[in-house]
Design a protein around this ligand. Sequence first.
Ligand SMILES: [Fe+2]
Length: 145
Amino acid sequence: MAKITWSELLSVGNEEIDNQHKRWIEIFNTSHDKMMSCDYSLLSRIGIDALKQMMEYVQMHFEFEENYMQQINYPALLEHKLQHEFFKLQLDKINQDFENGISKLNSEIIKLIENWLIGHIQKEDQKYKTFIAALGNKDDNKPDL
Ligand SMILES: [Fe+2]
């Protein structure tokens, strides 16, 4: 199971959001490393801590990104927000299972988070970049960002 590497291909054309995505990937990679190197008996605690950190970061990041999309009058904002909500619910559920001792951090969960994170940045977040680019090509109505 590989770690995630940020590349220019993932850039959404906004420096602050790119930096937040890099930090989010870093949080993911750290959790990944801890899971791979720790003793089985510590997985439960590590899983709870990793999830807590990711949930906090994601909450802040999604809010920032949603505000940005609102500022640029991004037409698919609602749809994008729903995807954020869906991911937060997934993290919530995993967290509850950890807290209740139903499951521990494992490669399946790491893979699920990895797929969502990378898929979302690569596919969904790129859509607002394309939207901004199209605005710039059309006329001078590009918002002041
Ligand atoms: Fe997003």
